[in-house]
Design a protein around this ligand. Structure first.
Ligand code: AQP
Length: 334
């Protein structure tokens, strides 16, 4: 059976980038055929320091965001990663399949480690191997993610292929990344060459799912742009990364093709475009923020949903890890 898997880290407040690139697409796969499995990847989050109480709160907040954006815990499996031991177990097995040279090419590690790579956790380095385990422990066939995660999904395919080759099996499928729409890479509001990120030290660089209408409007008003009016077509934005980013965000929020948006705003400056963008951003985000607040009011219910999801996830993942160990020659005698 085809399966869709995706995860988000509870490593900070969710951004508009996480929402447009990933989260808002998840509910749409429900009822279309494949089984849908969505995860709060807390084991990934601890690859950088997380305050324990904050991690708990953010795990619930992210679960609330999944629910608020339409993920239905009956139709989908929704859980937090650390409650299903298969992820960490398979990640170890994959650590012994993946090659150091492959890991050295991962751009996310280079970006996150920066110049101080001697002092980052070993987990941050092994992150892609855990991500491969997340996906392959369900034999997932498709992974909806933003552009920045493409390289990790490709590495997952390499790990699956090497395992299959080394052990003379077809056990693991090759999952496809699903990267679609005009917001596959939402950029920082302060710097059109950096992606919008929950861990950027500048809060003005991003729109958070928990920002209120005034904050969203102000951040968009202060977003970096240029002084040129908007062109008639997307080609005209080629060398204008900040302007292109805002137009892409508008297009994604309203589900209109980029050229249709430009058709309406051609010749106008950002004095007109920014308030229009703020209006659509608030219109889309306010109902989600309100629903998140409602779900967050009942943390026990969120924990119950995550626990039930974990039981269902475990029922799929555990036999796959057991079979993997068997293939590798490990005795299973109880
Ligand atoms: N700027 C973005 N545009 C489009 N998609 C994005 N995603 C993240 N940023 C953008 C997508 O959101 C999903 C969840 O991301 P994650 O939590 O696994 O971590 P990340 O990709 O490392 O995202 P962040 O927000 O930048 O987190 P930090 O700052 O903690 O590293 C993924 O599908 C991702 O592609």
């Amino acid at each position: 059976k085809p399966r869709i898997f995706s995860g988000i880290q509870p490593s900070g407040g969710l951004t508009l980038g996480n929402y447009l690139g990933a989260l808002r697409r998840f509910a749409g796969f429900q009822g279309t055929g494949p089984e849908t499995i969505y995860c709060v990847v807390d084991l990934h989050a601890i690859t950088v320091w997380q305050d324990p109480a904050e991690l708990t709160r953010r795990t619930r907040e992210l679960a609330a965001a999944y629910l608020a954006s339409g993920v239905d815990p009956e139709q989908s499996i929704l859980f937090n990663q650390s409650q299903v031991p298969a992820h960490a177990e398979l990640a170890w097995l994959f650590n012994c399949v993946a090659r150091l040279g492959w890991m050295n090419r991962m751009t996310q590690f280079k970006d996150k480690a920066g110049k101080n790579s001697e002092n980052v956790s070993l987990g941050l380095y092994a992150y892609p191997s855990l991500m491969a385990a997340d996906i392959l422990t369900y034999h997932a066939t498709a992974v909806p993610v933003g552009e920045d995660q493409k390289q990790h999904v490709e590495l997952t395919r390499d790990i699956a292929a090497k395992f299959n080759h080394d052990y003379g099996t077809e056990f693991f499928p090759a999952p496809e990344p699903l990267i679609e729409g005009s917001a596959t890479r939402v950029m920082s509001l302060r710097d059109g060459s950096k992606k919008m990120s929950k861990s950027d030290p500048s809060d003005a660089s991003r729109i958070n799912l928990t920002d209120d209408a005034d904050t969203i409007t102000q951040k968009i008003r202060k977003a970096r742009t240029d002084a040129e009016p908007l062109p008639a077509t997307f080609e005209g934005l080629k060398d204008r990364p900040e302007a292109r980013n805002l137009v892409n965000i508008y297009s994604a929020l309203t589900d209109e093709p980029v050229n249709a948006v430009l058709g309406r705003f051609e010749g106008q400056g950002f004095g007109t475009f920014k308030p229009a963008l703020a209006e659509v951003a608030v219109e889309v985000l306010a109902p989600i923020t309100a629903k998140m607040t409602q779900f967050m009011a009942d943390p026990a219910e969120i924990d119950r949903i995550l626990g039930k999801g974990a039981d269902r996830a475990h029922a799929i993942a555990h036999p796959i890890v057991e079979r993997t160990k068997e293939i590798m020659g490990m005795i299973r005698s109880r």
